[in-house]
Design a protein around this ligand. Structure first.
Ligand SMILES: Cc1cc2nc3c(=O)[nH]c(=O)nc-3n(C[C@H](O)[C@H](O)[C@H](O)COP(=O)(O)OP(=O)(O)OC[C@H]3O[C@@H](n4cnc5c(N)ncnc54)[C@H](O)[C@@H]3O)c2cc1C
Length: 448
């Protein structure tokens, strides 16, 4: 790849060490593979020109959103990284649909929808990941038990396929590509624009933190509130407290005054031991991780390695897996600022063919969000090893690992992950990106 044969584009081509180092790292800080070039496209035409250039020369290409992957998923060793955040903002609301460039962060989406009284129905806990980066994996949040994941809210996509063609696809047009892009790890193309369904935005959010000292009581109450849908948002966390574990349900009711949530009805029948209540604007609730981010940036651990694992457990195995995992997890494994998430989602709300969860009425997101060591790679390798052990255990029990996970995965494991939907992805990849050049950091190559 020399400068003479690079495609003529209107965006920027970067080859300086700072740009290559940045593109060769991510949130995980565990996999480091520099590309040869970073391209900051200024248009869809630039993206198509780069893909055609790369395909003709067998050069791997990765689209990069906010770079918040934990294990090199957005890296392109020796290839080209397309920095999707450089696409010019194209953000418009028409009726109850927003159209955004794929490099927009969910915060940017809210910037254009909230002034119109609208919101995406489900948001990630952290608003600074991009639309493209989450739509290729799913996009889970505390409202998923009502609305499914973010891929379930997509109306239309503009995609540059792995052969350099620009295609607009939806449920009605080019359905094969549409289904293969949502949750399809960016194997068939690069998303350049997405149209997303919106719902009316509430003004405020009242949040209850409900505390338990029994795992089974905590699980039973989560099952109940997710089944009856009494809250708008439900997540939960096991919390390490003085050498043991407590559990906390985070349950939120959205409202717009003069209406207000009826606390007695909402908390009726639940068996928590203590409760804390807070009330904020809807946006401040959605943006709650920003405060923690500021603190962690100042304290430094925001920049430390993050050997994170997110899994989905079948309801039948949740108590067994969580009990075993917590018994083996101390502060040394979690890291002082680590976090564990545990909450159920109703499987009947999940419609995206490539978003894979275990069988059953309820599935549990179980995430170990550990902070690694900035100076001890062996410790971090041990934590990735623990992830692999958990991944194997969960898989043996019918569970799945969410794609945004610090576990190296082979094509055979992806085939197993996608199960009955594998032909959908494999056939679309053979058609739209037969040279296996896109998003190589996901570890999926065809034929195996
Ligand atoms: C603090 C924090 C909180 C999080 N909370 C949640 C949460 O609540 N729910 C949840 O679901 N996830 C959550 N995540 C995980 C996060 O959503 C995923 O890791 C996501 O993939 C990161 O998006 P990104 O924009 O940083 O993408 P990147 O890390 O840059 O890329 C992710 C993958 O998408 C590909 N990609 C990126 N853009 C495109 C595109 N336009 N077209 C095709 N492929 C593309 C990349 O090649 C890569 O394979 C969180 C992550 C962090 C760090």
């Amino acid at each position: 790849m020399s400068d003479e044969i690079l495609p003529a584009i209107t965006g920027e081509i970067l080859t300086d060490d700072a740009a290559l180092d940045r593109a060769g790292n991510d949130w995980g800080d565990l996999v480091h593979a520099r590309p040869r070039l970073v391209v900051r496209p200024a248009s869809v035409i630039d993206v198509a020109a780069v893909l055609r250039f790369a395909v003709a020369r067998d050069i791997p290409v990765a689209a990069r959103g906010a770079g918040h992957s934990p294990y090199g998923q957005g890296q392109a060793p020796g290839g080209i990284v397309l920095d999707m955040t450089s696409l010019p903002p194209r953000r418009t609301v028409t009726g109850e649909v927003v159209s955004v460039d794929a490099g927009a962060r969910w915060r940017d989406v809210l910037d254009v929808t909230l002034p119109r009284g609208l919101t995406p129905p489900v948001l990630t806990d952290y608003l600074d990941v991009t639309v493209g980066g989450t739509l290729v994996i799913g996009g889970v949040g505390g409202a998923a038990h009502h609305h499914g994941v973010q891929t379930d809210t997509v109306v239309e996509l503009e995609v540059v396929t792995g052969t350099g063609d620009v295609v607009t696809c939806s449920r009605d047009d080019d359905r094969e590509l549409f289904d293969a892009m949502l949750g399809g790890l960016g194997q068939c193309g690069v998303i350049t624009r997405a149209c997303l369904r919106l719902v009316p935005a509430p003004a405020r959010a009242r949040r209850w933190k409900l505390y338990y000292d029994s795992l089974s009581a905590f699980l039973a109450d989560q099952r109940e509130v997710v089944r009856d849908g009494r809250f708008d948002y439900v997540e939960g966390q096991p919390l390490p407290v003085e050498g043991t574990w407590r559990y906390m349900i985070e349950a939120v009711a959205y409202y717009t005054p003069p209406a207000s949530p009826d606390e007695e009805t909402l908390l009726n029948s639940l068996s928590f031991l203590d409760a804390e209540t807070s009330d904020t604007t809807y946006f401040d609730f959605l943006n709650r991780v920003a405060e923690a981010e500021t603190l962690l940036r100042a304290e430094g651990s925001w920049f430390h390695p993050h050997p994170w694992i997110d899994t989905f457990l079948p309801d039948s195995a949740v108590e067994q897996v969580v009990t075993g995992t917590l018994a083996a997890t101390g502060e040394a494994e979690l890291g002082a600022l680590g976090l564990i998430l545990l909450y159920p989602v109703r499987a009947d709300r999940l419609k995206t063919p490539l978003f894979k969860v275990p069988d059953g009425e309820l599935v549990w997101l179980f995430s170990l969000l550990r902070t690694g060591s900035p100076v001890d790679p062996l410790h971090n390798a041990r934590l990735v090893g623990l992830n692999v052990d958990l991944y194997r255990k969960v898989s043996a029990l019918g569970g799945k690992a969410y794609p945004s996970t610090a576990v190296p995965r082979s094509t055979a494991e992806w085939r197993e992950h996608f199960g009955s939907s594998w032909p959908l992805l494999a056939e679309a990849k053979a058609r739209y990106s037969p040279k296996n050049l896109l998003n190589p950091g996901q570890g999926l190559r065809l034929p195996e």
